[in-house]
Design a protein around this ligand. Structure first.
Ligand SMILES: [Zn+2]
Length: 319
């Protein structure tokens, strides 16, 4: 494999972006991560040899999975995904949306989807986590659903898809409530060559939302699809994380995200069963970034993001 130095620096459209400057905060963050990394290196897992045990050392948490795979019930589908994930050392998987995808669900439909999800999450005995699926075209119903499933239920975040663009004031209304509850919001984003759906957000739409609600913790799903443009659009908004799931494993994606956003703002996700675990894990494992950065991207960052909400549900997360 080519060394980091041999690899071409991939920076489409961003050659004019300055490199992130050294700061005291970045130094302290990286020192804390190094401490974590060193304790991991000394653990017994680090001395094992089989490839599955090697993968388990990364403590992989998957941000992005769906209930659209094999099995008749949501529980069966979640169990199926978890079984395949475990082969690649995936510890925990976040699921969202229902057994079939709906672009523009009515409140009755998203409630049904969330009921299916909550049953499957509870049956998984901790291996599956879930984000509530909402449609901000119905802001009052969405906020009620957020309370039912996250504040008073087992779910730990919000998923928004393609019903309404992220710069719409109704999205802001829902996202403000998620921010008040301290839970992250995953917003699908994409730049489609063939044109976006009417309610489909670009990373720029999400950047506007991030500016309007700086307390929100927002995740740019798919890193915008066209990731080089996506990374550039979200770069200056420190309350946006890049979700890597559901794009082809192209060389340079993870490297550019780490270089421009810092490894702390990059989150592994698979988008399984639409994508394979293998192709998505490989995206990170094959990247020319440090082992410590891979550890952060594959799980530690998501654990840090979800630790406060999991604590409200009585779970203390090991970093
Ligand atoms: Zn997805």
């Amino acid at each position: 494999m080519a060394s980091r130095r041999d690899r071409p620096r991939i920076s489409p459209k961003t050659h004019s972006l300055p490199r992130a400057h050294f700061s005291r905060r970045r130094f302290l963050q990286s020192t804390a991560a190094t401490g974590l990394w060193l304790s991991w290196e000394r653990s017994s897992f680090a001395k094992t040899s089989s490839w599955q045990q090697q993968l388990r050392r990364y403590r992989i948490w998957d941000l992005h999975a769906h209930l659209t795979g094999q099995g008749l019930s949501a529980q069966e589908r979640v169990a199926w995904v978890l079984r395949y994930g475990r082969r690649l050392g995936v510890e925990r998987v976040v699921f969202f949306m229902g057994m079939r995808f709906r672009y523009d669900p009515t409140p009755a439909q998203f409630r049904k989807d969330n009921d299916d999800l909550m049953r499957a999450v509870e049956a998984s005995r901790g291996a599956a986590l879930g984000f509530v699926y909402l449609n901000p075209k119905f802001p009052e119903e969405s906020i009620r659903e957020l309370h039912r499933c996250v504040r008073d239920g087992p779910l730990v975040g919000v998923k928004l898809w393609v019903a309404l663009r992220a710069q719409d004031p109704r999205v802001l209304q829902v996202v403000r409530e998620a921010a008040r509850l301290g839970v992250p919001v995953f917003q699908h984003t994409w730049y489609k060559t063939t044109g976006n759906l009417p309610g489909e957000s670009t990373p720029e739409d999400l950047a506007q939302l991030a500016q309007a609600c700086p307390q929100a913790q927002l995740i740019a799903g798919h890193t915008g699809g066209q990731w080089a443009w996506g990374i550039a659009a979200i770069r200056r908004h420190r309350n946006i994380w890049a979700g890597l799931g559901g794009t082809d494993p192209q060389a340079g994606m993870v490297e550019m995200a780490v270089r421009e956003l810092g490894a702390r703002r990059v989150l592994f996700g698979s988008d399984t069963p639409g994508r394979t675990f293998a192709s998505q894990v490989a995206k990170v494992l094959g990247a020319s970034v440090s082992e410590q950065e891979k550890f952060m991207i594959l799980g530690a960052n998501l654990r840090r993001l979800l630790a406060p909400v999991l604590q409200t549900k009585g779970e203390k997360v090991q970093p």
